[in-house]
Design a binder for this molecule. Structure first.
Ligand SMILES: [Zn+2]
Ligand SMILES: [Zn+2]
Length: 309
């Protein structure tokens, strides 16, 4: 699994940073791409990467501020123009359906594929399939803003081929059957219990991607022990008052949050356009003093997610 940052700026784009968008690549597990937020110009940003937009089948919107959604109508139209047929699901706060449908209908954009909308009003279970489970949490911003936690389900361990062979079971489709079922009855009536022939389960990864928010300690349990947290750091450590007044976080607050939740890696993003390239080291150090394993996202940065065990 990997995350690619398509835009890492807050509010308005700068020469170095486009507005917010993040691609989560789950192609290894289920051959899908999931987009988190879609600021203006996101489709242009995608063109500079190896990302294959036809695999995009879910879009999660954190909140309805323009810097997180103005790229949607263009991206959706292009997907259609390029012949996309597969259905797409958009998750987001109430209002996202009206925004998308209004922009598409006024511009006479007729899509070649259906969009399914799931509007969220509170912290809830957003989506679940055999491989993943996604939850939302209501954050503290000046409009409704959500954080998403993506939990990959644990995978079965490896089949102990040697032990099976020693038992006299020759390789073949029966191995798959043994792996998929708790117990398998062989032709001679022997019962094979999976637990006797399988290694430790492979722990799934946990990724949290937060929308704009003030620092709120009671969100800590939601991301406890996550492998990766993507968190906004609109302001530097000294601008606590500004952060509070505008419902955003500072570098220091995001790092404190990561530390308290005992996560593995913190990636900061959504930087105010007041910060230039030369300010970045300071922003990074402010966070690292509190949470050493912090990274600063930049446009096109890709992070490969490895779990702790
Ligand atoms: Zn924003
Ligand atoms: Zn916002």
């Amino acid at each position: 699994m990997k995350i690619t940052f398509l835009g890492t700026g807050a509010g308005l784009p700068s020469k170095e940073r486009n507005v917010t968008s993040i691609m989560l690549d789950v192609t290894q597990a289920i051959n899908n791409l999931w987009l988190f937020d879609c600021g203006e110009g996101t489709q242009q940003q995608i063109l500079h990467t190896a990302i294959k937009p036809r695999k995009l089948n879910k879009i999660f919107i954190t909140h309805l501020h323009g810097d997180h959604i103005f790229g949607l109508p263009g991206l959706l139209s292009s997907r259609s123009f390029l012949g996309g047929k597969d259905p797409l699901t958009i998750y987001g706060p109430k209002g996202i359906k009206q925004f998308v449908e209004t922009s598409l209908s006024i511009s006479h954009s007729h899509l070649t594929y259906p969009i399914h909308f799931v509007e969220l009003s509170n912290s809830e279970l957003v989506f679940e399939d055999d491989s993943f489970i996604v939850h939302s949490i209501l954050l503290d911003h000046n409009i409704k803003s959500f954080g998403y936690r993506i939990t990959e389900k644990d995978k079965l361990g490896k089949l102990n081929v040697k032990k099976l062979k020693d038992k006299g079971i020759a390789p073949g489709p029966i191995y798959q059957q043994i792996k998929e079922n708790e117990q398998t009855i062989l032709n001679d009536g022997t019962i094979i219990y999976r637990k006797d022939y399988i290694g430790e389960p492979k722990k799934g990864k946990v990724i949290a991607i937060f929308g704009d928010t003030k620092y709120v300690p009671h969100h800590i349990p939601f991301i406890k022990n996550a492998d990766v947290l993507v968190h906004e750091a609109t302001f530097d450590a000294e601008k606590q008052d500004l952060a509070r007044n505008y419902f955003h976080s500072t570098t220091e607050q995001a790092a404190t949050f990561a530390k308290e939740a005992n996560i593995q890696t913190l990636i900061l993003t959504h930087f105010s356009s007041r910060y230039q390239k030369e300010d970045e080291e300071q922003l990074l150090q402010e966070a690292k003093q509190i949470f050493p394993n912090t990274l600063l996202a930049y446009d096109y940065f890709t992070f490969h997610i490895k779990s702790k065990n």
